[in-house]
Design a binder for this molecule. Structure first.
Ligand code: EPZ
Length: 421
């Protein structure tokens, strides 16, 4: 298991290219199961989660070929006749559950292992199940697997999600596109990754309206055809790297960066005193001299402050002037990075879903451990301006969601290297 060593330094400068969105790509890939014709995805990020989804789809009998060193995927669901998503793969990556809806829609049956818990929470699938049952699926839990059948096919329905779950919205959307009749999903998730999935499905012949609002209407069609679709830019990767100059000082450019996908996050950075300007080519983020101001943050479903940027924002607030209160409302256990930041001298008090962060003048480098994808990168961000050396272990978490992370940080002047062990 590799580690990453960061030595705290001065202001940063340079450019960070942003890849395609992991969380869009993980929903787009299973859409290939909805048609026999090829689906080509471009702007694909090279991440271990994408490799895991590739393995899963291939285990179902689909074909996935990589072009341009993995930047382009050509997928085909033609040979996908195995409806069983195995625990061995699903337990590694919860997003494997996104094959449930497409398998049901196309083949009338699916056996998908429950993912099991992970570092940030129990992560049940009750909202997925309730939505698919509303479309006429019979689903029972047996031996840790969801056994789903729709012998007479799926039929459109009006349904309301009890919580705007991203994955449940994606599974239900992919099931409804081939259902008989009209489906209306109320309290649907509104994330840009869902908008991207809807656009891809529409280019495959699906009839969808309202994606990005709280209500999505789908008129089922007989079949879908192939398409070519560019994966939307990764707003979480962008937000993560925007925090680098905010923490270490300096100014960094983000070609193609879009504020509109990160409005709540950008408003909080602005409130903290970080300057974000839209250039002709994308975004420029800069922090003048002196620490940022403390701000209070409450995560929420889109368009609220993204839970996937909470850990990274905490790293910034550890050295802000004043006290910040972070409230995590989406996951029940997403402060695993706090004890690691405290090893670096941060002053954080966690009570349930609320973390109170009292800014200190400077963090000190220390050996710390990554616990989940976003926690890992928050430790690297904290180390950028810390005094001395920080060694982050278990960085395989990073490889799941951040492409060429050492290279991208090094390109803007960070003193960072990856070492075995
Ligand atoms: C997606 O996970 C993302 N993953 C997560 O990103 C992200 O944190 C999350 O949405 C919220 O934005 C992918 O898109 C692959 P949810 P998902 O269903 O779909 C509860 C990352 O770091 N819930 O919106 O699993 C659940 O327990 C990852 O890139 C139920 O109770 O998230 C959680 O507390 C981490 N029952 C909350 O809803 C259900 O049936 C949000 O879950 C489903 C969810």
């Amino acid at each position: 298991m590799d580690s990453i060593i960061v030595r705290g330094g001065g202001p940063l400068s340079g450019r960070v290219p942003i890849a395609g969105a992991k969380n869009a790509c993980l929903a787009l890939m299973p859409a290939t199961l909805l048609t026999d014709e090829p689906l080509t995805l471009t702007n694909v990020p090279r991440l271990s989660d994408i490799a895991t989804m590739t393995r899963l789809l291939q285990s179902l009998g689909a074909e996935v070929s990589e072009l341009q060193e993995g930047r382009v995927l050509v997928l085909s669901g033609l040979g996908a006749d195995n409806p069983r998503a195995d625990y061995e793969i699903v337990r590694r990556m919860r997003a494997s559950n996104l094959v449930l809806g497409p398998l049901l829609a196309r083949h009338g049956r699916a056996e998908v292992s429950l993912p099991g818990g992970c570092a940030i929470g129990a992560r049940p699938m009750d909202i997925h199940v309730a939505g698919l049952q509303a479309l006429g699926a019979e689903i029972e839990l047996r031996d840790g697997y969801l056994h789903a059948r729709a012998p007479k096919g799926l039929r459109g329905a009006q349904l309301t999600l009890r919580f705007a779950s991203v994955g449940a919205t994606e599974n239900i959307l992919m099931a409804a596109v081939l259902a008989r009749g009209t489906t209306v999903i109320s309290n649907a998730a509104r994330e840009p990754e869902i908008v991207d999935l809807a656009r891809c499905l529409r280019s495959m012949g699906a009839r969808i309206e309202g994606e990005g609002s709280g209500t999505i209407t789908i008129d089922g069609v007989e079949r879908l055809h192939g398409a070519t679709h560019p994966v939307v830019s990764d707003r979480i990767e962008l937000g993560t790297y925007m925090l680098a100059p905010a923490i270490a000082g300096g100014a960094v450019e983000f070609p193609g960066g879009r504020v509109d996908l990160l409005r709540a996050f950008c408003e909080k950075l602005d409130e903290a005193g970080v300057s974000i300007s839209e250039t002709g080519a994308g975004l420029r983020v800069a922090r003048g001299d002196g620490p940022v101001r403390a701000v209070d943050v409450r995560t929420g479903v889109y368009p609220g402050f993204p839970t996937d940027l909470q850990a990274q924002m905490m790293a910034l607030l550890c050295t802000a002037r004043g006290t910040s209160v972070l409230e995590e409302t989406v996951f029940e256990n997403r402060f695993m990075h706090a004890p690691e930041l405290m090893r670096m001298g941060a002053d954080i008090e966690v009570r349930g879903g609320t973390a109170t962060v009292r800014g200190v003048s400077r963090l000190k480098g220390a050996p710390v451990m990554a616990t989940d994808l976003r926690a890992s990168v928050s430790l690297i961000l904290a180390a950028l301006a810390a005094e001395g050396e920080t060694r982050v272990s278990r960085v395989y978490h990073l490889d799941r969601g951040y492409e060429q992370v050492v290279r991208k940080f090094r390109a803007i002047g960070a003193d960072i290297e990856r070492v075995p062990g």
